[in-house]
Ligand binder design. Sequence first.
Ligand SMILES: [Zn+2]
Length: 442
Amino acid sequence: MLNSSLKAIRGSFVDFVDDPFSRSEVECVRYLQDGLMILENGKILEFDTYANLSDRYSHLPTEIYEGLILPGFIDLHVHYPQTEMIAAYGEQLLEWLDKYVFPTEQKFQDLDYARKIASFFLDQLLLNGTTTAVVLTTIFSGSVEVLFEEAQKRSMRLIAGQMLMSRNAPNFLINEPHKADAENRKLIHKWHGKDRLLYAITPRFAITSTETELKLAGKLKAEFPDVYIHTHLSENLKEIEFTASLFPDSTDYLNVYEQFGLIGDRSIFAHCVHLSDSAFQRLSLAGAAIAYCPTSNLFLGSGLFNLEQAKSKAYPVKVGLGSDVGAGTSFSQLKSMGEAYRISQLQQQNLSAFKAFYLATLGGAKALSLDPKLGNFDLGKEADFVVLEPNATPLLTLRNSAYTGNLPLDAIASQLFGLMILGDERAIKATYINGELAQFRD
Ligand SMILES: [Zn+2]
């Protein structure tokens, strides 16, 4: 009996079945030169070579793509209210926050304004092939509501939460901790687990939270163990110094969060540029994740993240990529990968294309403990994927002119590398959310 909800996607597929930082790349990459993916109700029902599946599914409506089909990109750390103040000149973290970010975030108490930016922001994610994001908002609970509503309209998988701030910020961005706690509880009840939406308890960073607020955050996390913790950690040297002065009893920055029960396998720490060996080990042992934000770390002059240490065999930490707009300079995870490559080069490290694309797909899903649902083309997973156009520009076309026909794996690696160094949203031919076409570039 023909099931009308079934459909097929045919093309060249690339995804990852394991972590290429932990074993040989060829064992981790899955490449189907002529593959077929069968979708049912937003999930992957079958995935194999066209030759193996075509007999059974030849009757289905089939969308055929040139280019490379990959799992949708996962952005582990991005601030939607900062969309409009991207590319703000001349400062490092703390001064940049005061001068540009805080005045912008104030505008989000206006719900119509917040909705307009939330909608623009989510469309930017889709244009750039990002299908899952972990998003920071503002202290205004309405700014979280409109973001969730807009993501729900688009069937996106989104993790977000109200920003907690109770000191060291302008008065207009201070929220009383008990009031914020009550607002968080309401938001968790309303949104956590609704459709594809999940909640993150989000202290901005240790500097802007009182001990009372962090205590309440820890208590909330204990009550709702499957919500996320999302915050910043060790981004900038002055920030680290200031944090140490505010929490003299903590042994280091990470220890502030540890003391309040905020570190575990659903904790996401953005940046981690300046971490001791001990902090990397404690993140690893706790199963916590790092959101590595390359374009942001370079733009704010924060420093060079040590990816090799984070992914060390002895104490591997879960790592994914964050665009960190508006300190990050692009929504494109291709750009994040390209900057990550340059940061590795500056430390005499190498970052292969397969490793970089792993970070933006299955690596991100593992960082969120969502790999049973997302991150590759295993059967039963949610069908979020992108179609990449390796010849998106005349320059890429010239560079790739040797690649035609049935390509070996090293040619695929080279095409992906070209995209991460030279590509941007022009290379995103199509973005699918939950099995449906959400964005198409003519
Ligand atoms: Zn950030």
